[in-house]
Design a protein around this ligand. Structure first.
Ligand SMILES: [Fe+2]
Ligand SMILES: [Fe+2]
Length: 386
C-alpha cells in the first residue's frame, strides 16, 4: 500500500537536473514558489525546481516533419462524433415518462455497492473531471501544442479531439453518481474545484518525448482502472454501471494505442533520445494526474484514495510495474541497437525496473495488512478500510 503512495504521490525531492536535461543545454530551470489555495488553506504543492523546455529546437522539428504521419496514423484513432457514444446513452432519459422509474432502478442497483467501491469510483470520476488540466498539459508540449485554440495542425486536431472524447468520461460518471444518491456531491464538487485549481506536476518539461511517454502510461493506467471498476460493478450485480465503466475503458484503450504509436515512431526516428526520455520519466516516477487531490478536509486524500484503489485491486503498484513492462515490450526497448553509452544505460534501467518494483510491492502488501480505517467526506464521512 505504501508502495502505491510512493509511486503515485508527488515526490518532494531536492532540485536535480534530470538525465534528459543533461543532453539539452537549452533546458531552463525555475523554482516555483509555494502557492496558496485560499486564505485558509496553504497547500504546499510544488517543492522542486521545475525544468522547462528541455527538448532542443532541432528535435522539436521532428514533430513538424512527422505531421503527415500523425494525420494518417493518429487522427484515424479519433472516433467521429456521429459514431461516438454519449453519456445520455447510459443514463435515465429526463424527457421520458419512465424517467422516475429508471432513476429508481438505478438507485436500487446502487444500494448493493459497498462504500469502498464508491470511494474508488468517485476518485476516478474526480480524476476525469479535472480534464481542463490535462488539455492544458498537452498544450504545454513544444512542437505539438494547439497554438491558437483552433490550429489546423494534426497535433492540435488530435489534442482537441482527444479532449472532446475524454470530456464524456467525467460527465457520465458525474451524472451517474449524482443520481445514485449514495454520495456527498457537494464535497465531491469541492474536490474537483480544488483539483483543477491545483493543476498537476508531472515533470514533463514541455517536452513531447516525456509528455507522450507519460500519456502512453496514463491511458493504460486508466484503461486498467476503469476496466476493474467495471468488473467489480458486475460482481456486485450492477450491470449498467459495469457497462458505463467498460465503455470508458474502451476509449482509454484507443487513446493508449494512439500515444504508444507516437512513442513507437519516436523510437524509430531517435532511439537514443527516446530511451533516455523513457528512463528519465520512470526515474521521476509517473505521478497520477490527480495527485494534488484535496477536499478541504483530508490532507492525504489522494494517498487514502490510492490505498483503497490498491486494496480493491482497481489500480495497484503491480499494475504500475505491469504497464512499464508492457511498454518496454511494445516499444521493443530490449532490442534497440546502436545506442550511445548513456542510451544503453537507460535501456538497461527500464528493462530491469519492473521486477524491482514488484519486489517492493510485495513487501508493501505485507505491511499494509494493519492499515487503518479512514473517513471520506465524499460519502458523508463514513469510514472505509484503507
Ligand atoms: Fe478518461
Ligand atoms: Fe484517458
Amino acid at each position: 500500500m505504501e508502495m502505491a503512495l510512493k509511486l503515485n504521490a508527488t515526490s518532494f525531492r531536492p532540485p536535480r537536473r534530470p538525465d534528459f536535461a543533461r543532453l539539452t543545454p537549452a533546458a531552463a530551470t525555475f523554482k516555483s514558489s509555494e502557492f496558496i489555495m485560499d486564505s485558509k488553506d496553504v497547500h504546499k504543492l510544488v517543492h522542486h525546481a521545475q525544468v522547462t523546455h528541455s527538448l532542443p529546437p532541432e528535435k522539436i522539428e521532428i514533430f513538424k516533419s512527422i505531421e503527415p504521419w500523425a494525420e494518417k496514423n493518429l487522427l484515424v484513432l479519433l472516433n467521429p462524433v456521429e459514431k461516438c457514444w454519449q453519456p445520455q446513452d447510459f443514463l435515465p432519459d429526463p424527457a421520458s415518462d419512465g424517467f422516475y422509474d429508471q432513476v429508481k432502478e438505478l438507485r436500487e442497483r446502487a444500494k448493493e455497492l459497498p462504500d469502498d467501491y464508491f470511494v474508488v469510483l468517485i476518485g476516478d470520476m474526480i480524476t476525469e473531471e479535472a480534464l481542463p488540466t490535462y488539455q492544458t498539459m498537452l498544450n504545454t508540449f513544444d512542437g505539438v501544442r494547439d497554438e491558437t485554440g483552433a490550429s489546423p495542425t494534426s497535433w492540435a486536431i488530435w489534442n482537441r479531439g482527444w479532449t472532446s472524447e475524454e470530456n464524456r468520461h467525467g460527465d457520465l460518471l458525474n451524472k451517474y453518481l449524482y443520481l445514485c444518491g449514495r454520495v456527498d456531491m457537494r464535497h465531491i464538487e469541492k474536490t474537483i474545484q480544488y483539483l483543477i485549481g491545483s493543476g498537476m506536476d508531472i515533470k514533463t518539461e514541455n517536452n513531447p518525448y516525456l509528455g507522450f511517454i507519460y500519456t502512453s502510461f496514463q491511458e493504460r493506467a486508466t484503461f486498467i482502472s476503469h476496466g476493474n471498476t467495471a468488473r467489480l460493478a458486475k460482481g456486485h450485480g450492477d450491470l449498467k454501471l459495469a457497462q458505463i465503466c467498460g465503455k470508458i475503458a474502451s476509449d482509454e484503450k484507443r487513446h493508449e494505442t494512439a500515444y504508444t504509436k507516437i512513442v513507437e515512431k519516436l523510437f524509430e526516428i531517435d532511439p537514443d533520445g527516446t530511451v533516455l526520455a523513457f528512463a528519465d520519466m520512470m526515474r521521476k516516477k509517473v505521478s497520477m494526474p490527480a495527485h494534488f487531490m484535496y477536499d478541504g478536509c483530508d490532507d492525504k486524500l489522494f494517498d487514502h484514495f490510492s490505498a483503497v484503489a490498491q486494496r480493491l485491486d482497481v489500480y495497484t503498484a503491480k499494475d504500475y510495474a505491469d504497464i512499464l513492462e508492457h511498454l518496454v515490450l511494445k516499444w521493443k526497448v530490449g532490442n534497440l541497437i546502436g545506442l550511445s553509452g548513456e542510451g544503453r544505460e537507460a535501456q538497461d534501467y527500464v528493462c530491469r525496473l519492473a521486477p524491482k518494483i514488484r519486489r517492493v510491492e510485495e513487501r508493501a502488501r505485507e505491511r499494509a495488512k494493519q492499515a487503518p480505517q479512514i473517513s471520506f467526506s465524499w460519502i458523508y464521512d463514513r469510514k472505509v478500510q484503507l
